[in-house]
Design a protein around this ligand. Sequence first.
Ligand SMILES: O=P(O)(O)OC[C@H]1O[C@H](OP(=O)(O)OP(=O)(O)O)[C@H](O)[C@@H]1O
Ligand SMILES: NC(=O)CC[C@H](N)C(=O)O
Ligand SMILES: [Mg+2]
Length: 505
Amino acid sequence: MCGIVGISGFLPVNQAIYDALSVLQHRGQDAAGICTIDQLNCFRLRKANGLVSDVFEARHMQRLQGTMGIGHVRYPTAGSSSASEAQPFYVNSPYGITLAHNGNLTNAHELRTRLFEQGRRHINTTSDSEVLLNVFAQELDRFQDYPLTADNIFTAIQCMHRQIRGAYAVVAMLIGHGMIAFRDPNGIRPLVLGKRQLPDGRTEYMVASESVALDTLGFEFIRDVVAGEAVYITEQGELFTRQCADAPKNNPCLFEYVYFARPDSFIDKISVYNARIRMGTKLGEKIAREWSDLDIDVVIPIPETSTDVALEIARILDKPYRQGFVKNRYVGRTFIMPGQQLRRSAVRRKLNANRAEFRDKNVLLVDDSIVRGTTSEQIIEMAREAGAKRVYLASAAPEIRFPNVYGIDMPSVNELIAHGREVDEICQLIKADALIFQDLNDLIEAVKEENPDIAQFECSVFNGVYVTQDVNQEYLDYLQSLRKDDVQAVARQSEVEGLELHNEG
Ligand SMILES: O=P(O)(O)OC[C@H]1O[C@H](OP(=O)(O)OP(=O)(O)O)[C@H](O)[C@@H]1O
Ligand SMILES: NC(=O)CC[C@H](N)C(=O)O
Ligand SMILES: [Mg+2]
């Protein structure tokens, strides 16, 4: 998952975008970038591999001048993890555009060919986001008048929606015009809009992947950008919004609530924190029903995302909740790290068992999800080494059996521990004494409670149903051939930096 942010205001935005990106860091740890528009109407860009705090030094921040800017933290799902695929991306015509994208296009390959053959546009990287930017540029280019009107911009986005498939929450800037943001017609990836009133009465606007970024910067949450909708804020600060999709449907990604988003965010009118508590209630009730014969002494979360769920399970089971694992605060999220070797070694560096909590006890470990099983396998071993008698494991998400094509890097079914396996087999593999998963219906109910208007969530990783209806086996095989772990490892070794246009090195 990536994080995106954009601010259109009247005060310098460099520090504000930096702060927003650091609050969205949990969505992408591989690369970060900020682009601003300076007083001379030129883009200022700094992007590189690394965490926000590593990428932007004081000299970069000083150069990122301007009162309008966009930012991105990257977790790659297409192309390579080379610095030249860090975002925002830039294209010089029409007028100059930069763009940052969260999601994944399912027809990037075909769009790339069409852009070259019909549009005479060269895409310099293997990133789907550069493809998206060029489709946008091509559609804007159909209007010959300067400046473009809001109507022109919305029409271009409408035409884009008809060509692009997959998931995309996007923020972009167009020189001489302003900031533009839009969400795909299924609303798979999140995007929120906020505002801030300056003392002189002028209003600044901000868009971001998660509402927590608005909170941190003192912006007031206005609303979610709805599925298919576009937002345009002119340089003068005028806000336009329009529904640009022919048949929008609201199908937000269920996995955002399980793992990706911060608990203090609201996505599509649902508090992520409350959703996680309700996941704990449902799972706790299932455990009480199905495991009445198991003697659980203590409930222990696997930090960090599962803590809210585990606390509620402990309440339902009326068992003590204990922080049995200590998390090294300097190690980030392991699931979004590139490469299985790195992910494996990171678990041991990240978590350590607090012996006193395990010795001679039957422990119920709780995680939000089991994807490759990297975490659970090692954690169970650590619990035993720390003296646990019996180790049970509960997952707040159901079995993950299908690849994700919408911005989560799970392209290969063979890497998923639950693919083609039943609970008993998974339990044996991770060497647990008992294993239980949340039911999909319970998970959906837990999330949906605050917004019953959501008829369908994007939950393909659990049930193999892809809401964009364009994903077939041929595409899944293609994606797997490009992105499975061993292919990526070879690609990383031979990575060369492509052009880094206008980058503040
Ligand atoms: O089965 P796996 O492939 O190991 O993936 C699932 C694990 O990865 C995530 O943790 P992560 O360390 O990324 O982040 P967290 O600190 O937010 O829990 C998630 O919370 C699970 O613990
Ligand atoms: N996780 C994401 O949102 C990734 C965005 C884009 N597909 C990339 O790989 O850079
Ligand atoms: Mg975790």
